[in-house]
Ligand binder design. Structure first.
Ligand SMILES: Nc1nc2c([nH]c(=O)n2[C@@H]2O[C@H](COP(=O)(O)OP(=O)(O)OP(=O)(O)O)[C@@H](O)[C@H]2O)c(=O)[nH]1
Length: 165
């Protein structure tokens, strides 16, 4: 019986082969007495993190054993000092960045308790469309487009970054 020579297979990792990191993200939205959605909260990424200064929706990576809602509740206490009520699963998006591949679980949040404290030295801004903060994180753009579709907002959702960003 002949033995076949050992076959080696080589595979170059494409960006899309990277296992995504799961991230819980909160879209905090104010509602009026009729339940109509209004302003939503953006926060800037703190110094020292990738994409520092870019505007995003607050949140962060799931820790082992956590659900999206648990991670979101923990992250928003850690980052903003607020305790959220129910998190409503809304949209999921996979983004490939040079530094990581992430699966973003966006949840709408309408209720929270506590005073906002920027515990990581970030900034916060309540926004409507088009948002006036610059620059926005690439992963924020689809979210603005979903909000625009829901709200029937025509035209741009954000400003192009100032050159040099
Ligand atoms: N928080 C948040 N992260 C986002 C959004 N969109 C988006 O692409 N991301 C990406 O998702 C990842 C979240 O990581 P993070 O650095 O905020 O999470 P973390 O607080 O757990 O980070 P740490 O590792 O520094 O503790 C980053 O790669 C970030 O670029 C968004 O709207 N909010």
């Amino acid at each position: 019986m002949s033995t076949s020579p050992e076959r080696k297979s080589y595979h170059v990792m494409e960006p899309t082969d990277r296992v995504p990191v799961e991230v819980a993200v909160g879209v905090l939205i104010e509602r009026d007495a009729q339940g109509r959605e209004g302003r939503f909260l953006l926060t800037s990424r703190p110094e020292g993190k990738v994409y520092a200064g870019h505007w995003e929706f607050p949140g962060g990576k799931l820790e082992a054993g956590e659900t999206v809602e648990q991670a979101l509740r923990r992250e928003l206490i850690e980052e903003l000092g607020i305790t959220i009520g129910e998190a409503h699963a809304w949209q999921t998006e996979v983004m490939d960045y040079p530094h990581a591949r992430v699966r973003l679980h966006f949840c709408k949040v309408y209720t929270w308790e506590g005073a906002f404290e920027m515990r990581e030295g970030q900034h916060m801004a309540w926004q409507t469309l088009p948002v006036d903060v610059v620059p926005v994180l690439p992963g924020t753009i689809p979210v603005l487009q979903w909000l625009a579709a829901e709200r029937g907002h025509p035209g741009p959702t954000h400003q192009a970054p100032v050159s040099g960003d």
